[in-house]
Design a protein around this ligand. Sequence first.
Ligand SMILES: C[S@@+](CC[C@H](N)C(=O)[O-])C[C@H]1O[C@@H](n2cnc3c(N)ncnc32)[C@H](O)[C@@H]1O
Length: 445
Amino acid sequence: MLSWAQSQPAPDRVVDPGAGSARFLVGAGRRFPDARLVAVESDPLAALAARANLAVSGMAGRSRVQVENFLDTRLARLAGRTLFVGNPPYVRHHLIPPARKRWLKDEAAALGVRASALAGLHAYFFLAIAKLSRPGDYGALITSAEWLDVNYGRLVRDLFVGQLGGRSVLVVEPRAEPFPGTAATGAISTFKVGTSPKKAYFASVAQVSAIGELGTGSEIARSRLVREARWSDFTRTLPKPPEGFVELGEICRVHRGQVTGANKVWIAGPHSAGLPRRVLFPAITKARELFDCGPTLSDDRHLRRVIDLPPDLAGLEETELESVRKFLGRAEKMGAKHGYVARHRRSWWSVGLRSPAPILATYMARRPPAFVLNRASARHLNVAHGLYPRERLSDDMLIRLVKWLRRSVTLHGGRVYAGGLTKFEPGEMERIRVPTPPNLLGDQE
Ligand SMILES: C[S@@+](CC[C@H](N)C(=O)[O-])C[C@H]1O[C@@H](n2cnc3c(N)ncnc32)[C@H](O)[C@@H]1O
């Protein structure tokens, strides 16, 4: 980050937001011998360490340690340029007091961007930097990568394409331990305030040693950044698959399972006794059911049943209708009619399960996805994805594909969230490289 800063015109001042022991600032002080150094740190003990560090590095005379909340920091007026560099704190929104959340909303509105009350503290730091900075200032920050994709990250994304003049994002995969012991993904972003670059550079690395120059990678047009709400995919523009491989998406569509909106209502139980069998569908309702069954799901007797009524009940027999009406009365009492999902269905009572997918896969856990051949023709809820071949695949080919996927897919294709949860969105699963069908036939293992 400091090397990138060195490739820019030298700063007259360096500000380290959430400076801790000021290791960034001391590094900056060595590289920029004429710059004033400002550490902002709310913890007095850390601030003491910062002072000591700056003093023994011979930088006391040109540095200032401000013990305060960075969100309230004011900087002295300066004619030259300021570099913001550091590692702002990561604090979840639950721990941020309501008054500060109001601050975020108001200050964001003042800059013409929207903020969510669910934002983590790093988003607040981006906003504070946008407020403090002037055209000509620039920066490099390492934060959690969450803001690239989640809803609340929109604030940071808007600032990046707007006021901050974002230049590049480098995602640092958890294997590189950007934040040791947290299994979180890091993102190093660089920006030059007051510029509106037509494109920004996106890349990702799995090892610290692979971090080269910041500001390189795939070029993504600003218009795409404005349009798209999920940016981590940009860091993974993979080279073309090697000879003999294709993306899984060329062979199969991947669809997330259905959301019921209220599993306690729509998964059959005592409350649904009496419903005709033909509206009850054995389904994968827990990821565990796929982890536990090995490569093939051949039996559905142990699976729970999901109630899927037709949108138009007129097609049911008179005898069936009676039990269905009774059930719907109970479902209404359980609040099923007014839930968000139910209100957005054509008929609130019709869950609308997808057809059975020939291959099922888990997509979120602390372990690689489990791919399973669905011989039982089970349906699936949104705990699983279904793989639907674009063209009919023979049984032999399906088996080979499942075997290959089980053997080869690791966690690295998906995004790893804080806490080690890995998630393969359908689009990410479709990008897994698999052997072409003829090569699958030659797969011996
Ligand atoms: C992730 S640490 C980074 C420390 C240092 N920059 C480094 O990389 O070693 C974040 C620091 O921010 C400080 N901090 C947390 N909230 C703050 C706030 N609102 N204002 C200023 N500093 C804060 C913490 O005390 C902590 O020292």
